[in-house]
Each structure stands twice: as C-alpha cells, then as structure tokens.
Design a protein around this ligand. Sequence first.
Ligand code: MG
Length: 389
Amino acid sequence: MRVTAILAAGGAGRRLGAGVPKQLLELGGVSILERSVAAFTAHPRISEIILALPADIAAAPPEWLRQDPRVHVVPGGPRRQDSVANAFDAIDQAADVVLVHDAARPFVSGDVISRAIDAASEHGAAVVAVPATDTVKRAAPGDGDARRIVETLPRADIFLAQTPQAFRREVLGAAIALGRSGVEATDEAALAEQAGHPVRIVQGDAHNVKITTPEDLESARTRMASRTVSATRVGTGYDLHRLVNGRPLVLGGITVPFQRGALGHSDADVICHAVTDAVLGAAGLGDIGRHFPDTDPRWKDASSLGLLRDAVQLAHDAGYRVVNVDACVILEQPKIAPFIERIRASLAEALRVPADFVSVKGKTNEGVDAIGHGDAVAAHAVALLEQTR
Ligand code: MG
C-alpha cells in the first residue's frame, strides 16, 4: 500500500509570535514544522510527503527540507482547503491512501498515524478524534458574556476532531472537487461527508494538540523541556593502569611518545576505558568488563578505541546516542597538552559526535601517591546520552 501524507502549513499564523509564522516557532530547539514533518518521515508506512507552505517559504525552503527525497514542497493557498487542494495536485497518482495533517500538531504519534491509515484503507475515510470530556453547550447567537444556552448536547456523541484525517485517494479527490466547486469547509472530512462518503472516527490522542494560542505554545514548550530531561541519561567512568617500561602509552586512541606505557591485557588506554564505562553506564548496560572481559583472548592487545566504538554501537542498539563526553586524564609525565586535539578528534570519531562535544583535560597528581610518583595513569569520564526512540 502506498501512503502519501499532505501537511497543511500554508497559513501565515502570525498571531503567536512577532512576525514569525507559527510553524517556524521553536519547540525545544526545533521548529514546530520540522517536528511535524519528522513524525511522518519517521513512519515506516509513509512513502511521500507533500508540504503546503506559505508561498515565500515554498520559494526558498529551508535546507533541512531539501534533504529527504520523499518530501515535496508546494505553495499554499489563501484558505486551508486551497493549500490541501494544491498539495493534492502534486501527489503520487499511485497513492492508495492520503493523509491530511495540520502542521500545527507536532506531537502526532506513530500509532495515531497507523490507525488513521488502517481505517481509511478499510472504510474510505477516517478522522482521528478524541471524545469530549467537557459537557458541550450550544448557545443562542449573540455577543459577549450574556449569551444564553439553548441546548446541552449529549456528551457521549461528541468527538473533537484532530488530524490526520485519512482517505482513499479517490475519496479525497471527490471531496476536493466539491471544495473547488465552491463549497467551503474547515476540514476535508466535512467535504467528504458532503460528497456522500461516510467518515469513520478513529481513536486520537490527548497529546496530539494543535498549537494555536500563546498558551498552547507555552504548555508545548514546558512539555518539551520535561521530555528532554526524561530522555537523557548520564554515566560516569573511571580507570587506572600501572605504568611500566617497554609498553606504548595509548591515550584516547593516540600513542603518546614516552619511555613508559600502561600495563594491561588490551592496549590499556585509560581514557577509552573510562569513556567506555561512562557510555555503558549511561545506557544502563553494565561495564567494560562485562562486555569485553580481560579473560577473553579476543581482547588481548585489542584497540580500546575499537572497544569504545563497540560500546557506542551497543548504546545505539539500546536506543541511545551520545550527546557529549568530558574526560580527565591524570598522569605526572609526559605533558599531554600537545596531543589533546588529536585525542578529542579520535574519541569524537568513535563516539559519532563532532569534536566540539568531546572534552579532554590533563592533570598531574602533584607528586602524591602512585600517580604522582609516575607509577600509574588514571582517567575519569562523564557521558551524556540521549534517547533516540
Ligand atoms: Mg582499564
């Protein structure tokens, strides 16, 4: 089944923020529009996305919109139904089901999208909606606070429509043709009803809110902020190795010229070992000894940078990516300042992050204890990971 998603983002919507269309306002560092588009590009059943944007933005779309070949941009029209009609003209003619989504709903979930696709495929037309929880009153026409209630509607029969709305392609075609003949409607489901196609209700989601007012934006930002906190995890790592004659001194994957080196089963790279433990710890995956035991001959003289790469892969498989790492290496000699940039670059490659997100600092132990006497080298590390799903 081929599924196209139309995202209506043609409105100027400038009442939310000073001079910026509301779809370009940011939520947690990413625009509302980008979050909405990402909900569909991330969905495995969507093969094409047609985005109706205000004409000035459509003429010069932002860089991130040009990166995914499934995303196409068309200029919107004066009304929402005009924007959707323009987008419909650009869809793949082999599409079986077409979704219409309001780009001001950035929190739409994959489950909601799946339910809309299934219902449209089976019944022809479907609207995502939630049952009314407030009692709904109908008032007599008038202005101000003095309006009089003429009817209390039975709440059990009232649903609040969200998007996506989903249609078999020919059903949406008939609805849009009706709209082009002069019928006005606030959504395509209303046009489909008027064109004689029954529209099913599918279960929506209370989080799938439309961001329309400054209060909506504020509560969406609060929600993003708390989500960011709950979706990040921190881990720490520590390691120490003895320094002996006749071994290379490997720090963060870089061999530092020195007459002594760290003793160990692998290359005994204390920075990589501490960072590996920090990454594994943040992901809740145990420690380096559990995954790469020094009793296993596979890890004899192994590159610890390779072990770090493997740990980052384990974290990825568990649904985490590295955000940043800070490490501190403690040794009396030699001075590592000349090697710091190469160590950061080497760690950054293994961690799959830009070098700016890796920090390495050198310390001495002021002549105190084994490290201060030059008999050992140690490292501490902290890693921040972000949940990717
Ligand atoms: Mg070690």
